[in-house]
Design a protein around this ligand. Structure first.
Ligand code: PTJ
Length: 255
């Protein structure tokens, strides 16, 4: 996928993964999938990721396990996809949707019909079927920007929504609708992470594969066992541990 694979970035570079991720976002903007603001959001995320040591910390692993359990017991789970998520992890989103049997819905802050269509087509290239988001025939109460428009049979009807790289407004509005929210966000102090039932403070490029692996491990567990995993999950403890890691963690030596 051209520069998406890192192009001229040598694998030996100490920050190879981070640079490849940047190229994916750049490609996303060039293809009209990712918004220009998505570049800024990526930079913001990178700063937190650098402080986390660019690796999944233990509390994020616990979050990934709880998220997998929650998605497996849900009646109507939906993965919400924006321009950044589509550029960074399209194949992984499709795989997760298959493993835990969820719908995929494109939902954009900077909503245009053209970008929704391009993201849907992009996900379909990775094997997605029945991607939602084109209808926009229901409104999340209290949200005036593009993210308020959702599909009646998708996010509007969902019991559990996985929202990567969220902006806080919608996270709060979905919570007010009584939905269970799983949020992936590198900033543990963001409003979306704070209001989430299950916050995962990790880079989406690591978090989604971790949820897939946990879901595969949990396959075959009873509903009671899965519900117990969700019950045990302590979001405050996870947010505190993540913030502690960012503020007090060992200095990242990579340059
Ligand atoms: O595609 P659209 O139109 O829906 O727009 C999407 C963006 C991301 C531009 C929009 O939602 C936005 O402006 O988001 P914010 O308010 O910048 O918030 C993005 C959050 O995601 C921040 O808290 C970042 O730390 C976090 N973040 C950025 N990159 C990653 C990330 N979290 C996990 N993985 C990342 N790769």
């Amino acid at each position: 996928m051209g520069s998406e694979e890192g192009g001229h970035v040598p694998k030996s570079h100490p920050r190879y993964e981070s640079l490849v991720t940047r190229h994916r976002i750049e490609d996303g903007v060039e293809k009209g999938i990712t918004s220009k603001q998505g570049l800024i959001a990526q930079g913001r995320g990178e700063a937190f990721d650098y402080l986390l040591g660019e690796e999944t910390i233990p509390s994020a692993r616990v979050g990934a396990r709880a998220a997998a359990a929650q998605l497996l017991v849900a009646d109507h789970p939906v993965i919400s996809v924006n321009g950044n998520a589509a550029a960074l992890v399209p194949g992984e989103i499709v795989e997760l949707a298959e493993v835990v049997e969820t719908d995929i819905e494109v939902n954009l802050f900077n909503r245009t019909e053209e970008r929704i269509r391009k993201i849907r087509d992009h996900l379909e290239e990775f094997g997605a079927v029945g991607v939602r988001g084109m209808n926009g025939d229901a409104v999340i109460p209290g949200l005036e920007h593009g993210r308020g428009l959702v599909d009646q049979g998708g996010i509007f009807a969902a019991d559990v929504v996985l929202v990567p790289l969220e902006d806080g407004d919608r996270a709060e509005a979905l919570r007010n609708m009584g939905k269970i929210e799983i949020v992936i966000d590198l900033n543990p102090m963001s409003r979306s992470a704070v209001v989430a039932d299950i916050p995962i403070v990790d880079n989406i490029v690591r978090a989604i594969p971790n949820i897939i692996a946990e879901a595969e491990n949990l396959a075959g567990r009873s509903e009671d066992e899965l519900e117990a995993i969700v019950e045990e999950f302590d979001s405050d403890a996870v947010l505190e541990a993540s913030e502690r890691q960012i503020r007090c963690g060992e200095k990242n030596q990579k340059t």
